[in-house]
Design a protein around this ligand. Structure first.
Ligand code: SF4
Length: 245
């Protein structure tokens, strides 16, 4: 079983299309109880998300405990809190780091809320992540909107410069939160199919995964930062009565 754990709802960015949940955070002690419950339920993989998961100050300790119990740790991050000095301690128990990157262009990064200088920051990290942890996998997640669909070729050419393992293109879908108010950002079916076709069968050192709306609407099990369990399916979030704590 795989779960997505929103360990915090806090974020230091303000993305226009954000679809995070907004719930209170729990203490480390409570989250340790939740982790124990997930271990007892034989969870095999946790995708740690947020908000920005590195804003949860005890994330490192939870990752370590999870790893000690043979759980695979994926972490979805905007990477803005990582730097050359703190990288090693933060990524040592991560199997796959998943970094958001939608634009190279600084003006668009600023306009969409991830901030000026974001691409340069991610670029500098991509050069050193595998030096610091050679066994880690790196995935870049790109949300595809009408504002960047014509820039995918440039982003692809840029990503060829780095030692990454996966590039995932995710079609924008106004699933929840602020994203619902931004439903004009979406691309039409034909544009998305053309994009998918254009990246099929390319030979490069990383794998390209293209996620359409159907994949996004597949069933996901989400642990909210408040400890509640949610089943997200078909674009709807259904809160479960099942208790992890
Ligand atoms: S999309 Fe991610 S980085 Fe942007 S505000 Fe939401 S949680 Fe933060």
């Amino acid at each position: 079983m795989k779960v997505c754990w929103n360990i915090t709802s806090k974020c230091n960015k303000n993305c226009k299309y954000c679809f995070k949940f907004n719930k209170e955070d729990l203490s480390l002690e409570d989250n340790k109880k939740i982790l124990k419950s997930l271990i007892d339920r034989k969870v095999e993989r946790i995708a740690w998300t947020g908000g920005e998961p590195f804003l949860y100050k005890d994330l490192k300790e939870l990752l370590k405990l999870s790893k000690e119990n043979n759980i695979i740790n994926h972490v979805n991050t905007n990477a803005s809190l990582l730097n050359k000095e703190n990288l090693k301690e933060n990524i040592e128990n991560i199997d796959r780091i998943i970094i958001s990157l939608d634009f190279i262009d600084d003006t668009l990064n600023e306009e969409f809320g991830i901030g000026k200088g974001y691409f340069n920051h991610v670029s500098s990290l991509l050069k050193i992540i595998k030096e610091v942890n050679p066994s880690i996998e790196i995935r870049i997640n790109t949300v595809v909107f009408k504002n960047n669909i014509n820039m995918m070729e440039d982003l692809y050419n840029e990503l060829l410069k780095y030692n990454i393992d996966y590039w995932k293109l995710i079609r924008f879908f106004p699933i929840r939160g602020k994203a619902i108010e931004e439903n004009d950002l979406g691309v039409d079916d034909e544009e998305f199919v053309n994009l998918r076709n254009s990246f099929e069968n390319r030979k490069q050192h990383f794998e390209i995964i293209v996620n359409d709306e159907a994949e996004l609407k597949e069933r996901h099990i989400i642990v909210l930062s408040s400890g509640k369990l949610v089943y997200s399916e078909g674009g709807e979030d259904i809160e479960s009565d099942d208790k992890l704590i």
